[in-house]
Design a protein around this ligand. Structure first.
Ligand SMILES: Nc1ncnc2c1ncn2[C@@H]1O[C@H](COP(=O)(O)OP(=O)(O)OP(=O)(O)O)[C@@H](O)[C@H]1O
Ligand SMILES: [Mg+2]
Length: 399
């Protein structure tokens, strides 16, 4: 620190009690021969700047990223869900967002926080399916100082504590292990947490928004989710409509998604009416996320910034292409006719690594579908850990 025109080096040693709480400090001031320490001082300033940058970034991550305006759609189902979200924002009750994968649950959770009186406070997310069961409790509730030896000796705040005053987004809450559910229920009822290894309760003020991409009530019926926790979470239950139930929103969604994709590529992208008509025929199991991926893939098929039906057909999954291209299927305007006639083309030869990846992707997609989107069941069926499944899903861009 500067002292007049001189620099002195000050160090403080904290004195702690058995619980690792600071009770005092001893300070040392070194004011002679500081010159030799200049490189150390410079290094320290550099580290301090980096720490500040990291802290700013962390604070940014804890802010809600989307407002309700980001939830696109003007159809009746879209307007209804936005109305419910606006109402949920004004109330402080727990919210349960249900809906298929890619319907915008996470987007809506951000938006509800953003429109709520807690907007200026943190928005913290945790995905119950992405964290190994053994670590989830510590992640949620934190660890008291001294609870473990080693790296965690000083203790660590859990997500509930980090969200104090704000909102905690509990994603994939259906994958919450049975053993942790009573503890979660107690937090929701009492607004108190007990960090691991602490004998004290910590009072908190956290609003919880939970999300599930499969039918949570069904899980309750199967005995895999506690009924009392379900009712406590579903005080305000919002059901997000699948894309196929709001096809009127398709043109608007396509326009905005293409604007967004185009802005990143630095060019405007157009799509013609036949291509849009083809998009309307798809079932959209992956909803808006799948729509975005499909448009991006279609663009790879096109040499220009103009998307037509053939590009879209090539970007849609094989089953739909097969029905579209089968001779007895109604002709889709703008599609090339070649695939309907002539000998079957030989299967494409591709590098082995690519073929293996494609097979992996297919196996994951099939397992996900067979298990109603449950990551836990899917990972088990595939014989890999949940964390490994999440890594693979991310690597394949499958959410
Ligand atoms: N109504 C919408 N308007 C605009 N974009 C949307 C809408 N719904 C979803 N999206 C976009 O689709 C993608 C997936 O949305 P999000 O992550 O919120 O879905 P999710 O329901 O949480 O899916 P999952 O269950 O797979 O986690 C995001 O890129 C999001 O911005
Ligand atoms: Mg999500």
């Amino acid at each position: 620190m500067p002292l007049g025109s001189e620099h002195v080096v000050v160090t403080r040693l904290p004195l702690r009690d058995e619980d690792d709480r600071p009770v005092g400090a001893i300070g040392f001031v070194l004011y002679e021969r500081v010159d030799g320490l200049k490189p150390v001082l410079a290094k320290m300033q550099q580290l301090q700047a980096r720490l500040q940058a990291a802290e700013r970034e962390l604070a940014d991550n804890r802010r809600a990223r989307y407002s309700l305006a980001a939830f696109l759609g003007m159809s009746a189902p879209a307007n209804e869900i936005k109305r419910q979200a606006r109402r949920a924002a004004q109330l402080d009750a727990t919210v349960l967002l249900s809906g298929e994968t890619g319907t915008g649950k996470e987007l809506l959770a951000h938006a509800i926080h953003h429109a709520s009186p807690r907007a200026a406070r943190p928005f913290v997310s945790i995905n119950a399916a992405a964290i190994p069961e053994s670590l989830l409790e510590a992640e949620l509730f934190g660890v008291a100082p001294g609870a473990y030896t080693g790296a965690d000796r000083r203790g660590r705040d859990g997500k509930f504590k980090l969200a104090d005053g704000g909102t905690l987004f509990l994603d994939e809450v259906g994958d919450m292990p049975m053993a942790l559910q009573p503890k979660l229920l107690r937090v929701l009822q009492e607004q108190e947490i007990e960090p691991l290894g602490a004998n004290r309760l910590l009072r908190l003020d956290v609003r919880v928004i939970a999300a599930s991409s499969f039918d949570l009530a069904g899980r309750v019926a199967e005995g895999r989710f506690r009924a009392d926790l379900y009712y406590r979470l579903a005080v305000l239950a919002l059901q997000l409509p699948p894309l196929r139930a709001r096809l009127d929103d398709l043109p608007l969604l396509v326009e905005r998604l293409l604007e967004d994709i185009g802005a990143r590529l630095g060019q405007g992208i157009d799509i013609d009416a036949d291509a849009l008509a083809l998009l309307r025929q798809h079932h959209w199991p992956g909803n808006v996320r799948e729509l975005r991926n499909t448009l991006e893939r279609a663009l790879l098929q096109s040499d220009s910034a103009q998307l037509c039906a053939a590009h879209v057909a090539a970007a849609l999954p094989a089953r739909l292409q097969a029905t579209v291209l089968a001779p007895d299927a109604p002709a889709v305007p703008g599609l090339p006719a070649e695939p309907q006639a002539g000998p079957r083309p030989a299967p494409a030869v591709q590098p082995l690594a690519q073929a293996v990846l494609a097979a992996e992707r297919q196996a994951i997609a099939a397992a996900l579908q067979a298990h109603g989107g449950s990551k836990v069941a899917t990972a088990r069926a595939l014989g890999i850990s949940r964390a490994a499944l999440y890594q693979k899903l991310a690597a394949h861009g499958m959410s």
